[in-house]
Design a protein around this ligand. Structure first.
Ligand code: PMP
Length: 356
């Protein structure tokens, strides 16, 4: 038997992504929207999908969607690019701006996909860790960028899993510090309403990442997009897989985006439920809760309480949340996504029981 030779060496230390998506009665672990796309929109989606020719390749760049998004943001089509989820665009930034001999600046703890993509593409990683309260060490970041050797960086606002926002004035300082490509990952921006969008016209080195997975209830469909300068997006077009965004997903996302105003009420509900969860968790003994501008909340169990055990006991009680207790910088932390009002109440009830 010949066996098989080893995969590329940079894969050796990488764990395959595992969302630990275990079936449970209450699924509040993946920052999804608890509500599905409204019924009337699903009907319209069905009509649109029926019109498609499945034997034909889709429009590679999804120009129909690009135009809708460009118009909503006061931009041209060439300043918008679509991806197979935001995830594809996160991979593509590493392909286009990373690689051997190139460097990515990361601000952990943050979304772990950034680091993985840098490792996969043999990009060097410079970490500027966040402070104990998860705020960014702004001076350290600016100082590091000013050295001039960072090829790209990603700043997440609100940050996942910590929930805190990035100050727009700081983003602008990053953009001015060097010609580093700065991605602002706004996957959760609809829950904070703060965006770096006003800076786009002035800085060629800025790109903004968004997704349909959260506010627009389309995590199962895989659709993300990026706003940026035509010069930068031209490079992203070179590395993307030609047909990464399929015809069915394009049709679904077009209907949803055209009717995005109908999602406003759902977003409002998530924001008010987030406030209730923050209040209730703040009054719960045995833990520290961190402020959040997203659709999830991070909390840390007090010393002497094992977060992994609390996570397991919640799961045994039918409630799945996300365990970060072994992640660097997030020791003994758990993250709960804002679910429906009933799901949130059930979570609070079960959490109080297991903490007793
Ligand atoms: N950025 C952040 C910070 C995220 O949390 C996620 C989803 N987990 C994404 C990007 C990508 O989302 P999607 O691929 O579903 O668009």
């Amino acid at each position: 038997m010949a066996g098989v030779r080893s995969a590329a060496p940079q894969l050796a230390d990488i764990e395959p992504y595992d969302p630990k998506y275990i079936p449970a009665e209450v699924m509040i672990s993946a920052n999804e929207n608890a509500s599905d796309v409204p019924f009337d929109l699903r009907r319209e989606i069905e009509r649109e999908v029926r019109k498609l020719s499945f034997n034909r390749y889709p429009d590679p760049l999804a120009n129909g969607l690009r135009d809708l998004i460009a118009e909503a943001n006061g931009l041209d089509r060439d300043q918008v690019i679509m991806g197979n989820g935001g995830d594809e665009l996160l991979f593509n930034i590493a392909l286009a701006w990373g690689g051997p001999g190139r460097t990515f600046l990361n601000m952990p703890p943050t979304f772990t996909v950034y680091k993985n993509n840098a490792q996969l593409t043999n990009t060097a990683i410079v970490d500027v860790p966040r402070r104990a309260d998860f705020s960014i060490d702004e001076e350290a970041v600016i100082e590091r960028l000013s050295q001039g050797d960072i090829d790209y960086t990603i700043v997440t606002s609100p940050n996942n899993p910590t929930g805190n926002l990035v100050d727009t004035a700081f983003v602008e300082r990053m953009l001015q510090a060097s010609d580093t490509l700065v991605m602002v990952d706004e996957a959760y921006f609809e829950f904070s309403r703060l965006t770096a969008r006003p800076l786009l016209g002035r800085y060629e080195n800025l790109v903004i990442l968004r997704t349909f997975s959260k506010a627009f209830s389309l995590a199962g469909v895989r659709m993300g997009y990026m706003l940026g300068s035509e010069t930068v997006l031209r490079e992203f077009k070179k590395v993307r897989q030609p047909y990464s965004v399929d015809a069915v997903s394009q049709a679904i996302a077009r209907v949803v985006y055209a009717h995005r105003a109908e999602f406003e009420r759902g977003i409002e509900l998530i924001i008010s439920e987030r406030a209730r969860l923050l209040d209730e968790l703040g009054m719960t003994e045995g833990l520290t809760v961190y402020p959040s501008d997203a659709n999830y909340i991070l909390f840390r169990l007090n010393d002497g309480v094992d977060a992994g055990e609390i996570w397991q006991r919640l799961l045994d009680a039918g409630v799945l949340i996300r365990d970060f207790s072994r992640a660097p910088g997030l020791e003994n932390c758990l993250r709960v996504s804002v679910g429906s009002p009933e799901e949130n109440s059930r979570f609070l009830e079960e959490l109080r029981k297991v903490l007793k």
